[in-house]
Design a protein around this ligand. Sequence first.
Ligand code: SAM
Length: 242
Amino acid sequence: MNFYILTLFPEMVSQAMHTSIIGKAVERGLLHIEAINIRDYTRDKHMKTDDYPYGGGAGMVMQAQPVYDAYCAVKERIGYTPRTVYLTPQGPTFTQNMAKEMAIEKNMVFLCGHYEGVDERVLEEIVTDYVSIGDYVLTGGELPAMVMVDAISRMVPGVLTNETSGISESFEGGLLEYPQYTRPFQWNQKEAPGVLLSGDHQKIEEWRREQSILRTQKYRPDLLKEADLTIKEKALYRISDL
Ligand code: SAM
């Protein structure tokens, strides 16, 4: 999968996206993550890419032309109109389901805003999806783009070497993941749950399922409405369909 990140700060993206699991997937040729410097496409002799907002007000606005030309250069390389995300606090919030759904794309473009944002006219021309990573305002779209690229990449087949580790995670089936433990068995006078060392796989699965439901009930009860629960589980944990 190819990710093209349009940004005024390419070094932020380049450094962060080439480490750990994502970095290995890049090395293995499963992912291509490229930061495109919007400034390289300015036609201004002072390399300017922003200007004062029409109508007044604080801050600067990214100009349409450099963004559009950077986008067109990517589009020409790809050979078709790519799915293009504008990172913005005004979009619907990014979810694991969106990550899964986007992971089937071959190419994706991400536009990172900065300052007060981007001239609306270019957004109307190129953006297919408006996405927020949460109800707070950041200084730029680079961190949100990296959050999205990371989450989408994990859903690309082969990126997680242990294929099952993406299947039992939080949000699968609408539940949070069960708690995890590793050696030593006893730490800080606390023992790991004995059932996990029992070797009885059915018991372990039952315990994990129960923990998942209890955790979701405690921390994210809002998820339970859409969770895949049996009638028996709903009765046992007193979860109503409303
Ligand atoms: N003036 C804009 C508004 O009120 O909607 C906010 C601009 S923000 C300071 C600068 C850029 O950061 C945005 O253009 C966007 O690309 C990015 N950004 C900030 N918060 C974000 C969020 N929660 N999710 C996604 N992108 C965000």
